[in-house]
Design a protein around this ligand. Structure first.
Ligand code: SF4
Length: 307
């Protein structure tokens, strides 16, 4: 199988099989690269975020489309500007010139085929790490194709239970695919620290705690402990769940996390063998979502933002 095929498209586990030259799949994007935000972002985990900021690029569309997506205007809407691989390469270099400590590709999976061309063009010109910032819902072979182009995987592990991932993201095979992809990420990118105190290569596993789903969080941590070694990756436990979008009519996702739910999960992480990072309470809310750009209100390139 040609894993990086966009015709028929099999870039992610949805396996839509559409011809992306002229049709959208589940991810709501046709062929090409669509960017909805580019700028220096200062709120990533401290091991990947220098004071100068992470050079963050949000891609439009998403193959997961969660109930409570804070970025739903771009992940499930039409915002974004089309860039050629050469223009995306220029954007990487512009962010590097602005002082970005890395290039942080957010939700890139469904555009992998074209983003890889930009990564190839930039290879000899970039001297900062490339981060693949993904929902975790990845084809194993797509992650294999990124070997040598990606330095840091910042991957979600969102759900353990197939019933939960079906309810929340219509993807009952989420954990099966995400855990397999994680194994390959770990084999590609052992954790190495740079002289600047930031991770140069490695894997960070993000888990966003969901209201009423403590048991699922515990099952994820238990699985990771039994299948990986403590030095394989860092865990980032996130509490920023903000009820929004379709979740507002889907209890218990219509509410925020309780203090008790949060404290239980932190305790489990502390008692595990993993090194981790726990997000502070004040990092919760929609004010941490970037102001996205659409093709109607100007070009991404001249207005890379500092936030
Ligand atoms: S990348 Fe999009 S079109 Fe391709 S399989 Fe995934 S959801 Fe379907």
């Amino acid at each position: 199988m040609n894993v990086l095929s966009h015709n028929p498209c099999n870039l992610c586990p949805r396996n839509c099989g559409v011809n992306r030259e002229d049709r959208e799949g589940y991810c709501h994007t046709k062929r090409g690269i669509f960017v909805s935000y580019a700028g220096l972002h200062h709120y990533e985990e401290p091991m990947i975020c220098a004071p100068s900021g992470s050079g963050t690029i949000f891609f439009s569309g998403c193959s997961l489309r969660c109930l409570a997506c804070q970025n739903h205007s771009v992940s499930q809407g039409a915002a974004g500007e089309e860039l050629s691989p050469a223009a995306l390469c220029d954007l990487f270099l512009r962010l590097q010139e602005m002082g970005a400590c890395n290039i942080n590709l957010v939700t890139p999976t469904h555009q992998t085929y074209w983003i890889l061309n930009a990564l190839k063009l930039s290879r000899d010109k970039l001297h900062i790490p490339i981060i693949w910032n993904t929902s975790g819902y990845e084809h194993a072979d797509t992650i294999r194709a990124l070997r040598g182009y990606v330095d840091i995987y910042l991957t979600d592990i969102k759900f353990f239970s197939p019933a939960l991932s079906f309810l929340y993201a219509s993807a009952s095979d989420y954990f099966e695919k995400a855990s397999k992809a994680l194994e390959i990420m770990v084999s590609q990118c052992p954790v190495v620290w740079g002289d600047n105190g930031l991770i140069k290569t490695g894997v960070i596993v993000r888990h966003l705690m969901l209201p009423g789903q403590n048991e699922d969080t515990l099952q994820i941590l238990t699985h990771l402990e039994s299948h990986f070694s403590p030095g394989d990756f860092y865990i980032s436990l996130m509490r920023q769940y903000t009820p929004c979008h379709k979740a507002l009519s889907h209890p218990p996702f219509h509410r925020s996390l309780t203090e008790l739910e949060y404290k239980k999960a932190v305790k489990w992480l502390e008692n595990s063998s993993f090194n981790g990072y726990v997000q502070e309470k004040n990092a919760v809310g929609m004010e941490y979502v970037p102001a996205f750009t659409s093709s109607e209100n100007g070009s991404i390139l001249p207005q890379v933002l500092d936030r």
